[in-house]
Ligand binder design. Sequence first.
Ligand SMILES: Nc1ncnc2c1ncn2[C@@H]1O[C@H](COP(=O)(O)OP(=O)(O)OP(=O)(O)O)[C@@H](O)[C@H]1O
Length: 309
Amino acid sequence: MLTRAYQHSLNGSSRPQGRPLLEVDDVSLRFGGVKALTDVSFTITQGHVHAIIGPNGAGKSSLLNCISGIYHPQEGQIRLHTGGGVQADPAGDDREVPEGQHLLTQLPPHKVARLGVARSFQNIELFSHLSVLENLMLGRHIHMKHSVLASMLWFGPARNQEIEHRHLVEEVIDLLQLQAFRNQPVGSLAYGIQKRVELGRALCIQPTLLLLDEPMAGMNAEEKEDMARYVLDVHELAGVSVVLIEHDMNVVMDISDRVSVLDFGRLIADGTPEEVKADPAVVEAYLGADHSAAAVVEQAARDQEAVHD
Ligand SMILES: Nc1ncnc2c1ncn2[C@@H]1O[C@H](COP(=O)(O)OP(=O)(O)OP(=O)(O)O)[C@@H](O)[C@H]1O
């Protein structure tokens, strides 16, 4: 659903909308005696914002770590589907990409990243002394044949490569409205802007799938609203599929196409926001069986506001 023309497609997946993109199949992960995930199965669809929610310690980050290759589950499979559609090319050389399937559960993190599974973390992981532009250019390293250092020094053949990558980075700056901060050191920027730069760096990979681990954690209400809008822009304008871990129920219910709920490492619900809100198992996991689903969402919203007051 592209409503703005970009020269480069920031969406690295050529899968047609609505097709399965990532399948989590009977995944179990243990740390010694701790069962972080037990028999978790669900599917992420191309073109969706898919939220993963659950109380503290439910296994959300562990699941994201399994998808990005940081943890390897003892049982089950995670499969990334690629191709089956047309990949746009800025030079007009669009091409059909054949269907493919990759077993992520056997790959190390750098190989998962090479397949375009991009990840932002709970804590900001940027180079604070480098500018916004430099941090975003570092997000391109996965696609660079020449070293980032050679590109930054404007050295020989690295120059043409740098210009091409610069164009794409400028599109990310435009999409996330980072123009005013382009040359500022990241460490000097407000927290909400730094989180936006982190989102931008993940987008510079041209992700097939974008994994966002609590992108609004620690933000005030206004920053959260901004961030939710940018996540929606990444989804609606750039067409990128997003997996989102978020504690703020209002945000989750507002921007997600689908929600999976974990509790004690088990998947207890999976459906549209409306279906999940009405699911008694979700109500019980959050507050106990005596509460209505609407009360759960309202209580969660009040908890969030209290944290920021
Ligand atoms: N590296 C690890 N070693 C041992 N136990 C771990 C490790 N990572 C996670 N766990 C355990 O696995 C369970 C799930 O943790 P996880 O961080 O995935 O939950 P979460 O839903 O992301 O929680 P939160 O919302 O608090 O971030 C917890 O009991 C946690 O202590």
